[in-house]
Design a protein around this ligand. Structure first.
Ligand code: 8YV
Length: 321
């Protein structure tokens, strides 16, 4: 009988996914779910045919260069791939795959939650209840902003961005977007295209960041761009923290330039900029965009489909390198 490929699984995955992994592969699971250092990743890759990683594992050029020769694939349990140096993988002829599509709905739901939560001050309100400091009701108490009928700008009109647009249309929002390329009219669904982000920002009473983290989008939302937003705008981010300049966003939230922000992703997770915690006008979530049972199972199975294709000698569906 042919030997099963050996897979290093760097994080604990949903049970159904680990069950299939253990059936089809010699899977080295991480039952304790401890985060491996770069040195541990390299030493644990000894005798391994592929790595199944999450965004928590930084597969830098240095790490990839030091992986044992036997490693043929890095299969990521994520749509984002800013944690993997694709050029370094190509140089080593290592396959790299991600898990697009299956997490778009769940992530768009979190964007809606953040838009609503930031606009209606949900964290601040809940805090009042939890700390037993809710004193009274009054006509001017805890006033927020309404989404209905407002203008929403979307930076990055990929799969998630398009679903955010669809959901926001249900709130009668007018959709503006910036994307590297304009969508065809069928996918645009009446959304207003802006060739450059700076010309879109003055229209955005609400802004949703849905673009990937790349060198081009690094700190895209900086002090100059925040200044272009209308006073009292709301910003939400469900893509990557690297797209935002934390100091600039915190300063704008403190100064009242922005009404609120809703963030699911941060620079340097989980040791986020402490300034966010001190602000009452932030809704802060611990990177749970794709954290539903259905979606995490689907991400795992999609990663396994990619692995299966690679070890069957076929082109994996979600090949990045
Ligand atoms: C995942 C994400 O939970 O897929 C992504 O890119 O940001 C998250 O939704 C995470 O990356 C898992 O590795």
């Amino acid at each position: 009988m042919q030997k099963k490929p050996v897979i290093l699984v760097t994080r604990k995955l949903p049970e159904a996914v680990e069950t299939r992994l253990a059936e089809d592969y010699e899977a080295h699971l991480n039952a304790e779910d401890q985060i491996y250092s770069s040195a541990e990743l390299i030493s644990l890759s000894d005798g391994v045919d592929a790595l199944l990683v999450c965004h928590t594992e930084k597969m830098s050029a240095e790490v990839i260069a030091r992986l044992p020769q036997r490693v043929r694939a890095i299969v990521s349990f994520s749509v984002g791939y800013d944690h993997i140096d694709l050029d370094a993988a190509r140089k080593r002829d290592i396959f790299v795959t991600n898990t697009p599509e299956v997490l778009s709905d769940a992530t768009a739901e979190i964007a809606m939650l953040l838009l609503l939560g930031a606009a209606r001050r949900s964290s601040e309100c809940e805090q009042l209840i939890r700390t037993a400091t809710w004193a009274d009701w009054s006509p001017t108490y805890m006033l927020g902003l309404q989404l209905t009928g407002k203008r929403l700008g979307i930076v990055g009109m990929g799969r998630v961005g398009q679903i955010v647009a669809r959901r926001a249309r249900g709130f009668d929002m007018e959709i503006h977007y910036h994307n590297r390329t304009r969508l065809d009219p069928e996918r645009e669904q009446g959304a207003i295209y802006h060739e450059d982000v700076d010309s879109m920002l003055p229209h955005c009473q609400f802004l949703s960041i849905n673009c990937p983290a790349t060198p081009d989008t690094h700190q895209l939302l900086n002090a100059e761009r925040i200044a272009l937003l209308p006073d009292g705008a709301v910003v939400v981010n469900t893509s990557r923290g690297a797209v935002v300049d934390d100091d600039a966003l915190i300063a704008a939230l403190k100064a009242g330039k922005l009404f609120a922000a809703g963030l699911d992703v941060f620079n340097n997770e989980p040791d986020i900029h402490p300034g966010y915690r001190e602000l009452s006008n932030t809704v802060l979530l611990p990177h749970i965009g794709s954290a539903t049972v259905e979606t995490r199972n689907a991400m795992g199975f999609r990663a396994l489909d990619n692995l299966d294709a690679i070890f069957a000698g076929n082109e994996p569906r979600d090949r990045l390198a």
